[in-house]
Design a protein around this ligand. Structure first.
Ligand SMILES: C[S@@+](CC[C@H](N)C(=O)[O-])C[C@H]1O[C@@H](n2cnc3c(N)ncnc32)[C@H](O)[C@@H]1O
Length: 230
């Protein structure tokens, strides 16, 4: 199945999707760039993932890369849970159609609810995953909540990867988990990928667009008095 996934990924990167929203350069603006998709795929293959949760499907660039990783690893029951409440109404189902044309619908499930509704349910059902990729609403409170529930779903020692770590809302949410809950950065995971300046300020520090974090093993539950301000 891997050659078919590669073919669909390559065509999407070369020609863009069959349909886009009526916003200038929408595909380029919204999608994870190819270099970062490749690094995400390689990281997940290296982690030997069997189950991955993704927040934010849009035109499917990162989803295809995650699907390629799952197929390459070839675990007995690969699973890809993709959460996006706006896939149909905002993106006319284009991302899901691409996953179908790559043959990845056999391992993927599209959940058309906000992640703030879907993830608590998954956690309540006792779901576990090896890794997650978060590229959803980008609002601080929603990213914070995604990470809160992913901490209960992703296995100890598993990975959470964030897109748009240049955005203050995203990086502030992630910093809580790093400073207080023992999540550690994989410093080289996205070397060679896209960089962006913090807050979009040309004078600010340039950082890798994606940030990969490893959850501690075992999971840490500190006393509230140990809180370290961000
Ligand atoms: C930047 S795009 C994702 C791009 C995608 N990762 C790619 O590489 O093509 C953000 C996506 O998050 C979705 N989204 C927005 N709010 C969300 C929420 N609360 N829960 C889940 N997804 C959300 C949007 O519909 C959109 O498809």
């Amino acid at each position: 199945m891997t050659p078919r996934v590669r073919e669909v990924r390559d065509r999407l990167a070369r020609e863009g999707p069959a349909w886009t929203r009526n916003h200038e350069r929408d595909f380029e603006t919204v999608s994870l760039p190819t270099a970062d998709c490749d690094l995400l795929r390689d990281l997940l293959v290296h982690e030997n993932v069997g189950t991955v949760i993704e927040v934010g499907l849009a035109y499917g660039s990162s989803a295809l890369a995650i699907g390629e990783a799952l197929v390459t690893v070839g675990s007995p029951r690969p699973r890809h849970l993709v959460i996006d409440p706006f896939q149909q109404e905002e993106y006319a189902g284009v991302g899901w159609d691409l996953l179908r044309s790559a043959g990845l619908h056999s391992i993927a499930t599209l959940v058309t609810e906000p992640s703030s509704i879907a993830l608590p349910r998954f956690a309540g059902e006792g779901m576990t995953a090896d890794a997650a990729f978060v590229d959803g609403s980008h609002r601080f409170h929603e990213v914070f909540l995604d990470l809160y529930y992913l901490r209960k779903i992703v296995r100890p020692g598993g990975l959470v990867v964030l897109d748009d770590d240049w955005a203050p809302s995203v990086r502030t949410a992630a910093r809580y988990y790093e400073r207080n809950l023992g999540w550690t950065v994989l410093p080289d995971a996205f070397t060679g990928g896209t960089v962006a300046t913090v807050g979009g300020d040309p004078a600010a520090e340039a950082v890798p667009r994606c940030r990969a974090l490893r959850l501690p093993d075992p999971c840490v539950e500190p006393p509230f008095e140990a809180f370290r301000p961000l």
